[in-house]
Design a protein around this ligand. Sequence first.
Ligand code: UDP
Length: 331
Amino acid sequence: MHVLVVGGAGYIGSHMVKLLSQRGFNVTVLDNLSAGHRDAVVGGRFVLGDLGERDVLDELLETQRVDGVMHFASHIQVGESVREPAKYYLNNVFKTQYLLDAMVAHRVRSFVFSSTAAIFGEPVRVPMAEDHPKNPINPYGRGKWMVEQMLQDYDVAYGLKSVCLRYFNAAGADPDGELGERHEPETHLIPLVLQAAAGRRPGVTVFGTDYDTPDGTCIRDYIHVADLCEAHLLALQRLWAGGDGAAYNLGNGNGFSVREVIETAHAVTGRAIPVQYGARRPGDPARLVADARRARAELGWAPRHAELATIIAHAWRWETRPSSPHPGENG
Ligand code: UDP
């Protein structure tokens, strides 16, 4: 089977390409390298191109049979989406529609979409199941929810079957140490904490200590990137087996506070992590934890790296890899 991975040079996409290649799938990557890295594509065929280029999409879908598409090519910063909504709606919504239209035109009917817990907005129930109300509070979450709704309509009208996977906090790195998170700029907690541990940042700032949580800092559900990728493969296989379109929340179902993440990172790395306490970051709900029982029941998915210490240990290996710009002393 041949899988087109759009955004396959990015953080989650690159791990997906490696998994698909290892499992014997034929993989083509389409990436414009606006955020991804060419050297992160460790398998498959690489095509440099943008979702907005219909001729590129047509050629890709015409020249070889494509059995399924996975779409990771999104802008992902919530704060930036508030400042630059046009950028987010153009890429994450309109260009995604070009991709779907090209799939319909070329009769490619299986699609796995990278969605997000941000479609829910401020939680009214925690843990959050798939039927939690959808009230996204920023353009990033709104755009993802628009695409989810678009996909329901494309299923009814055009027979395009899709699975939407709503990630909670993607984290960790390839257990083999070959791939990891390389966002520029980095905004995510775990890599920032580990870069501080490695001495590559002066420290880390905790955004808010007055939340209604046991230690006053935000609680998130961190899910290993390798476990996310397994869920994508199971989702695509569900569609190939004739399963209906669906949406699944993906998390471990365990929440960890910002302080707990820093403490665990300290325990894993044995390094001092200088911490500053700052103001809340706008748009951060106090507590986001997944109820992922549907993915377990319907996809047969079971996270293999559910321990926060394991997630952090894999990310630490990546942050201190010998080829990193400034490896930690442990190399
Ligand atoms: N966070 C923090 N300091 C940072 C970056 C993040 O305290 O420098 C907090 C953030 O407020 C949130 C949690 O860490 O509660 C996870 O944030 P991240 O940006 O990693 O993911 P998000 O929850 O935004 O998807």
